[in-house]
Design a protein around this ligand. Sequence first.
Ligand code: SF4
Length: 286
Amino acid sequence: MIISVASGKGGTGKTTVAVSLALSVGYCNFMDYDVEAPNSHFFLKPAIRNEQEVTIKHPYFLTETGADFTRCAEFCHYNAVAVAGGKVIFFPELCHGCGGCLLVGPPGAVREKDVVIGRIKKGIVDPGINFFMGELKPGYMRTISIQVALDRLIQEDELVIIDSPPGTSCPMVFSVKDSDFCILVTEPTPYGLNDLLLSIEILESMNVPYGVVINRDGIGNGEVESYCKSKNINILLKIPYEQGIAESYSKGVPLVRHDESWIPVFRSMMEDIKKQISVKKENEEK
Ligand code: SF4
C-alpha cells in the first residue's frame, strides 16, 4: 500500500504530516521523493546504512578528430550542445542523456560516459521504519532520474509512505502516480485553497483518491474547509496553529515527539485512509 503526502506549495507542513504518520504507525518504508530539497532526515534522524550513486550517460566529443558536431547542436532539443567558431561547447547541466547526439553526430566522434547526478541513501529509524532518501546534486535538473531510482526500491506489499515534492509539476506527479491514496496538506488561506485546487485537479485526472489535512488551523479563513465540505472531500485531520508546534518544528522535533497525544490521532487517520482505499477497491470490482 502506497500513501503519498503532497501539497500544492512548499512550507505547508507536508513533511510534518508524513514524518508523524510514519512514526505513529511504525513498521513502514518511508521514502523522501523531494529530491531537490529533502528534509525528512532532519526529523527522522535515520541511521544511514547504505548510499548508492545515481548516474546518467553524458556524451563527450572527440574534438581531436576534427569532426563537425553541428548536427549534434541542431539535434539537441535541450540546447546542451553548441558549436561556435568551429568549437563544440557542452552544457552538462542541460543534458538529459537521451543519446541523440551519438546517433546523429559524426560516427565514432561522440562517446558516452557515466556522470553522477545524485545519490540514494538508505537507513533505519526506530520503530521499524526503513528510510530511503533521494538527493539530486546541485546544478543538475534530472529530478525524475533520482525518483526513478527510488521507484525501484518500492515494495508494494509493504506500507510505503512517500514524502512528495511540493507543487504540481512533473516531480510531484511522478511521486504520486502509483499511490493508493494521497494526503494533501494545505493551510486555511486563500493561497492554500488555490494550491489545493491545483493538486486536486491532478489527482482526480490520475484517479488517485485523496483526503485533506489542514495545517496551522486557526490562521486565515474558513474557505478551505467550506470548499471541502461543499465537494464532500474528506478532511482527515486539522492541526492547530500553535507556537509550541512551530518551535518544535524549527528544532527538528516531529509533532508526535513534541506531543505524543498526536500518535493515536495519526493512527486513526491511517485507519480512515485504509477504509477509503477498501471502499474504492470494492467499487472498482463491482
Ligand atoms: S545526450 Fe541528448 S540531451 Fe544530451 S547533449 Fe546529446 S542530444 Fe542533447
